[in-house]
Design a protein around this ligand. Structure first.
Ligand SMILES: Nc1ncnc2c1ncn2[C@@H]1O[C@H](COP(=O)(O)OP(=O)(O)OP(=O)(O)O)[C@@H](O)[C@H]1O
Ligand SMILES: [Mg+2]
Length: 296
């Protein structure tokens, strides 16, 4: 079983990070009167999970009957909104007192504007029995009228320490052998995306039997930050040949310009041993590189 599923939180208390927002969800769960909500944010940070945890907290055993989930792989055109959603909203189910049926629209930003338009009326007509929970990466892809009917919760990327803590817990339970650099590499490559961190942990462990920095970068297929770091250091010293040879070695390994430049950007951001001014200049230059397509 993939670890991302095995370790998917079931209770709101188990969700890592975004404490304030998760607190709000807990208040909603306790109060029982759920507003329509939109949770937006980057991939892999617990949006879908949070909605399911909330639904569990609200409905308990009635979860199976009381929840309709539609995600991007389901047909979600105007007809579905008119028929499937309407049918579910009209259906009688026994719920704990004061609770509502919940319709989960995952990856709602992939719904067409037409379907969203059809939704706005439905949301209103059935709101005494049915509440909507939408998850999306970009809330601006949700049409204004729906936004204005919902409480909007924004999730931010998870902090390194939060991802690290979770990875360590999983390593403990799965008896994964690792060293600290290995976990640091997982965190570097995941960039606050818990799903990616856990997936890469599992791939590295099952592929190599040990989570070290080198093994992680073999799995993640990103330019090795150590090489990039050495390149930046060479630049700092004015050693142009040294810097070029490192870039060439990455290029020969087949990494694209985009891979290399984005890694330079991220490595520089984390290099606390550079003087502030130099660091900002490096960030400015690597951030401003325009990446033209075509042969080199
Ligand atoms: N905040 C978190 N706390 C604990 N585990 C998490 C968290 N966020 C993500 N995970 C792990 O990552 C997996 C994916 O999370 P989830 O499906 O909630 O992401 P998402 O935010 O909905 O992403 P997407 O935008 O790609 O749909 C979960 O099964 C869980 O294992
Ligand atoms: Mg999701």
């Amino acid at each position: 079983m993939p670890w991302v599923e095995k370790y998917r939180p079931v209770y709101l208390d188990d969700i890592v990070g975004n404490t304030d927002t998760v607190e709000r969800l807990k208040v909603i769960a306790e109060d029982g009167n759920m507003p329509h909500i939109i949770i937006s944010g980057m991939p892999g940070i617990g949006k879908t999970t949070s909605i399911h945890c909330l639904a569990h907290a609200l409905l308990g055993d009635a979860y199976r009957e009381g929840v309709l989930e539609l995600n991007a792989s389901d047909e979600r055109g105007i007809d579905v909104v008119r028929n499937k959603i309407k049918l579910f909203a009209q259906r009688k189910v026994t719920l704990p007192p004061g609770r509502h049926k919940i319709i989960i629209l995952d990856e709602a930003d992939s719904m067409t504007a037409g379907a969203q338009q059809a939704l706005r009326r439905t949301m209103e007509i059935y709101s005494n029995t049915t509440r909507f929970a939408l998850a999306c990466n970009m809330s601006n892809k949700i049409i204004e009228p729906i936004q204005s009917r919902c409480a909007i919760l924004r999730y931010s990327k998870l902090r390194d320490a939060e991802v690290l803590k979770r990875l360590k817990e999983i390593c403990e339970i799965e008896k994964v052998q690792y060293n600290d650099e290995g976990l640091a590499a997982l965190i570097f490559t995941a960039e606050g995306d818990m799903r990616q961190a856990i997936n890469n942990l599992q791939s590295t462990w099952s592929g190599f039997g040990f989570v070290s920095q080198d093994n992680v970068f073999k799995i993640c297929d990103q330019p090795h930050p150590i090489v990039v770091r050495a390149m930046v250091k060479a630049c700092q010293k004015g050693d142009v040949d040294g810097a070029l040879s490192r870039i060439h070695s990455l290029w020969e390994q087949g990494y694209s310009a985009v891979d290399i430049v984005t890694t330079v950007f991220r490595v520089v951001k984390g290099m606390d041993d550079l003087p502030e001014y130099t660091k900002l200049e490096f960030i400015r230059v690597s951030g401003g590189v325009s990446l033209r397509k075509g042969p080199r």
